[in-house]
Design a protein around this ligand. Structure first.
Ligand code: SAM
Ligand code: F3S
Length: 443
């Protein structure tokens, strides 16, 4: 029987992607097959996140739960990867000596080796180094299911926002060479992929070296090349930083119809004072100017964002400015969080941390405003025709299909199973709280 791998993933899309890669690497090197059940696994991995909350504590809590499995199966390998691993390193093994391997986001390709060394030496293995883009060169070719795929094009972040751990846990920005990205996308389209999402912690900071002349391609250039693939119908990218929204990238929305009409552009706050303390590198007015320019070339662009409330020193007035920005811009769904002090980041030592009750109240108000905008947008969609990528059967109603609109809204509609994996034109007939209902539009 094939040996089994269980992975528990916390956090962002980058981590989801990395977990897929861990599974690929271990399938290729050791024939491990994924399982949903930790109790039947031979290798258990936690891919952790430390962006918010007491993530460290959560990891140790979860580790404690699988520890018992090891008593019954001494050869079981327990590994911790991701951002908590990167921050804590060997401290994880000191605190939980039953952990066998600790690896960072940049060393996951070394997993087979780390596991082998753990077995041969009998000692826990820790490797949380940042070996540049070596990782990209050591991954097996992507395996796809369906017609949409993720392509990681850069790693890390060099922005050092005062509240964020990512530059410390994932390292500085490193871009994958331009031609490697094109080759990977060509492989994917050969296998039937029609929709790709370019991934990176700061994907619009992409600067990929081109082998032809040693020049450097930015994201706008990469998008232009990718749009030339006849098989690709939709191109997405996430996450982007307002500071890297160059004129060329904005113009791409006017020139490249395959580039989807939805953009995740984290703003964090509408107060210039708070934005400066966060070290975001733009003002609220500059953010709004970017949005205006984007909408001038792509009027139907739908925007989502990230917000942090109760950043140290945030006053009622600052918060009202965030509410005003939400009103002015009009978002189509967003993530909002209460500021969480992260050890080792500058903001964790800032004075004037905001009281928990105030933070909760601000978050509730902000989320209500964002929800109302999302809902209004859904209602406006009723009667419109949407091109959806049919992803599978509907989880809600039997005999129906589920698809995703360009802006990633779920639509359920009656249709034949043969449509799965294809695009379909669907008329929206009703808006529900987390999805839309539709019917196939006449061909
Ligand atoms: N690259 C993105 C950008 O342009 O800002 C952000 C990536 S970050 C991992 C994802 C989101 O987590 C951020 O946009 C921010 O809203 C949130 N976040 C990061 N650190 C946080 C903290 N200390 N407390 C609360 N939220 C935080
Ligand atoms: Fe974090 Fe700011 Fe980079 S939020 S990921 S340091 S852009």
């Amino acid at each position: 029987m094939a040996r089994k791998l269980y992975i528990r993933t916390f956090g962002c899309q980058m981590n989801e992607y990395d977990s897929d890669k861990m599974a690929d690497v271990l399938r290729e090197a050791q024939g491990l097959e994924l399982t949903e059940r930790p109790d039947e696994a031979d290798v258990i991995l936690f891919n952790t996140c430390s962006v918010r909350e007491k993530a460290q504590e959560r990891v140790f809590h979860d580790l404690g739960r699988v520890r018992g499995l090891k008593a019954a199966k001494p050869e079981l390998i327990i590994g911790v990867g991701g951002c908590v691993a990167s921050q804590e390193g060997a401290a994880i093994v000191r605190r939980a000596p039953y952990v066998d391997v600790v690896f960072g986001p940049q060393t996951l390709h070394r997993l087979p080796d780390l596991i082998a060394r753990r077995r041969s030496t009998g000692r826990p293995q820790v490797d949380i180094s940042f070996p540049e883009v070596e990782k990209f060169d050591h991954l097996p070719p992507p395996r796809i299911e369906g017609v949409s795929a993720f392509v990681s094009i850069m790693e890390g972040c060099s922005k050092y926002c005062s509240f964020c751990v990512v530059p410390y846990t994932r390292g500085e920005e490193v871009s994958r060479p331009f031609d490697d990205v094109l080759t990977e996308v060509a492989d994917l389209t050969d296998q039937g992929v029609k929709e790709i999402t370019l991934l990176g912690q700061n994907v619009n900071a992409y600067r990929g070296v081109m082998s032809a002349d040693g020049g450097v391609a930015d994201l706008a250039t990469l998008l232009e090349y990718l749009a030339e693939f006849p098989e690709l119908e939709r191109i997405r990218y996430t996450t982007s930083h307002p500071k890297e929204m160059t004129s060329r990238l904005i113009e791409a929305y006017g020139k490249l119809p395959k580039l989807v009409s939805t953009l995740h552009l984290p703003v964090q706050s509408g107060s210039d004072r708070v934005l400066a303390a966060m070290k975001r590198g733009y003002t609220a007015l500059e953010y709004k100017a970017i949005v205006r320019r984007l909408r001038a070339v792509r009027p139907q662009l739908s925007l989502t964002s990230d917000f942090i409330v109760a950043f140290p020193g945030e006053t009622d007035k600052d918060f009202e400015q965030t509410m005003r920005l939400v009103d002015d811009v009009g978002f189509d769904g967003s993530f909002s969080f209460i500021y969480s002090p992260r050890p080792g980041t500058p903001a964790a030592d800032f004075p004037d941390q905001v009281a928990a009750a105030v933070a909760q109240a601000r978050l509730a108000r902000l989320q209500a405003a964002l929800d109302a905008q999302y809902w209004a947008h859904s209602e406006r969609m009723i009667g419109s025709a949407e091109r959806v990528l049919v992803t599978g059967r509907s989880a809600r109603s039997e005999g129906e299909l589920a698809g995703r609109t360009e802006a990633n809204r779920v639509v359920n509609f009656p249709g034949a199973a043969s449509l799965v994996g294809n695009y379909a034109d669907v008329r929206i007939i009703a808006a529900l709280s987390h999805s839309l209902r539709g019917e196939l539009a006449a061909a």
